[in-house]
Design a protein around this ligand. Structure first.
Ligand code: NAI
Ligand code: MG
Length: 499
């Protein structure tokens, strides 16, 4: 198999797509001889086949990362120079932003405008932001007594295995690569089977930016083979994962063999609370953004809406109308479209099962629930709203990961908080109220890693992102992410008073 091909996307962007595994700054075929094929979820057409790593390939990538971690080219590189490499990578992503956005829109099905202005814009910002951190990672001196000088060094953890999902392919890579590289680690990164392409293109930019060989290695491959091999590899010091909670648990088990450091960003079932004193138009608008953006394929999607009983019927009707008027279903490359296909047939079918289950458990369908006519093919789901749901329903308890929302009523602030926290997850939560005391009190009472007051899905690269409960361990983004990619060494210096 050739290690790159020329592709022309449906929007006529032509580019060179690498198809190998990226190890030691070169694209190589898989030892396994295996490939995986990826499709455009809009029309089910094949885009490309890429090398799929087996366990031998994982061994090679880990060995490359280990050697690079010990090599002076990286280990002794000045921190400012490391930061400059990340800034150069940001510049290259900016230069090629239309290519990166085209690849993720094509491979994932997300609207091109979101891929460009949200995903790729964030990739560029994240690399620049962590480029800025590289030479500001500092230990401390700690005062004890005249007899001792004590200080800490914040050292890199070592070889980091990073396993990412398909909902924000390039962006998830940036969230993980940025802090890992700023802190001086080396990386073996595996993309998701559904979206293998943008990460390989990003690898060409890593090389062009000037990172020494072996610092970043990129594999595609199946979760149960390549992903599991990374998670259980004795040569890997840390695992960072974003994806489902069950896979997060499997990774945590596999990572126990050598007590790897671990950060997990897993599933969610985030609540959105609308109090009777809310600005209703804002609540309606953000409720739509919170569950229909990216076709609901967002870990923080506000997928459970709770509305105070006095405004329940009004809210449901307004939300339904807003969703009808603002969901434009079709091709991800049509500028008028903001709702593309789901990423895969598996995901589409999974959501349809939740529609059936919600109906059979007695929820009332307000909107959608089916497959729209956006073309002959494609993995589409209509924006779907259920009301009069309750805590026992499967669709209320489990992460659906689609444009699928369940609504129920609450009767007091206490009831709202109780319902919001009635979940095994704890990723995000939104609160709509014009009462500032209530806003902050409810934010404090909610068990979640992020709370939005009067918005949903607000995120910024300088602000920590992560979950409570079974939504994860550790934080990404911001200064907080640096602690996930450093370990602290304490140095005790005897100043001579102790013999
Ligand atoms: P998944 O969690 O199985 O896959 C995510 C990543 O983990 C992929 O790169 C996959 O290859 C890898 N992986 C799978 N099994 C592995 C294993 N045993 N060891 C190591 N790596 C492994 O998620 P999947 O199957 O794509 O989607 C299923 C559900 O997961 C979705 O419906 C959604 O509910 C949830 N999900 C949540 C995401 C989030 O952002 N929190 C992202 C993607 C999926
Ligand atoms: Mg695809």
């Amino acid at each position: 198999m050739a290690e790159s091909i020329q592709l022309t996307a449906p929007n006529n962007v032509t580019y060179t797509q690498p198809t190998g595994l990226f190890i030691n700054n070169e694209f190589v075929p898989a030892q396994s001889g295996e490939t995986l094929t990826t499709v455009n979820p809009f029309d089910e057409s094949i885009i490309a086949a890429v090398a799929s790593a087996g366990t031998d390939d994982v061994d090679l990538a880990v060995a490359a990362a280990r050697e690079a971690f010990q090599a002076p080219e990286w280990r002794s590189m000045g921190a400012s120079e490391r930061g400059l490499l990340l800034c150069r990578l940001a510049d290259l992503c900016e230069r090629d932003q239309e290519i990166l956005a085209t690849i993720d829109a094509w491979d994932n099905g997300k609207p091109y405008d979101s891929a460009l202005n949200e995903d790729v814009a964030e990739v560029i910002s994240v690399f620049r932001y962590y480029g800025g951190w590289a030479d500001k990672i500092q230990g401390r001196t700690i005062e004890t007594s005249d007899a001792k000088l004590a200080y800490t060094r914040h050292e890199p953890v070592g070889v980091c295995g990073q396993i990412i999902p398909w909902n924000y392919p390039a962006m998830m890579a940036a969230w993980k690569l940025g802090p890992a590289l700023a802190c001086g680690n080396t990386v073996v990164l595996k993309a998701a089977e559904q979206t293998p392409l943008s990460i390989l293109y990003l690898a060409t930019l890593v090389k062009e930016a000037g990172f020494p060989k072996g610092v970043v290695n990129v594999l595609n491959g199946s979760g149960t083979v390549a992903g599991a091999a990374i998670a259980g590899h004795l040569g890997v010091d840390k695992i960072a994962f974003t994806g489902s909670t069950p896979t997060g648990k499997a990774i945590m088990k596999a990572a126990a063999n050598n007590l790897k450091a671990i950060t997990l960003e897993t599933g969610g079932k985030s609540p959105l609370l609308v109090f009777e004193d809310a600005n209703l138009d804002q609540a309606v608008k953000w409720s739509h953004v919170g569950i229909m953006s990216n076709m609901g394929q967002i870990c923080t999607a506000t997928s459970r809406i709770y509305v105070q009983d006095s405004i329940y019927d009004t809210f449901v009707e307004k939300f339904k109308q807003y969703t009808i008027e603002n969901s434009k279903v079709g091709s991800q490359f049509d500028p008028a479209v903001n709702h593309g296909p789901q990423v895969s047939k598996t995901q589409r079918d999974r959501i349809l099962q939740y529609v059936e289950s919600a109906k059979s458990e007695g929820a009332e369908l307000v909107l959608g629930g089916g497959v729209p006519q956006a073309g002959d093919k494609g993995y589409f789901i209509e924006p779907t709203i259920f009301k009069d749901t309750n805590r026992e329903m499967k669709a209320v308890r489990e992460e659906v990961f689609g444009p699928f929302v369940v609504i129920q009523a609450f009767n007091s602030q206490e009831d709202a908080i109780k319902k919001a926290n009635d979940t095994e997850f704890g990723l995000g939560a939104a609160v709509f109220t014009e009462n500032i005391t209530r806003g902050h009190k409810v934010a404090a009472a909610i068990e979640a890693g992020m709370v939005w007051i009067n918005s949903s899905q607000d995120s910024h690269f300088a602000i920590p992102f992560g979950g409570y409960k079974q939504s994860g361990i550790g934080r990404e983004l911001g200064e907080y992410a640096l602690s996930a990619y450093t370990q602290v060494k304490a140095v005790h210096v005897n100043l001579g008073s102790w013999l």
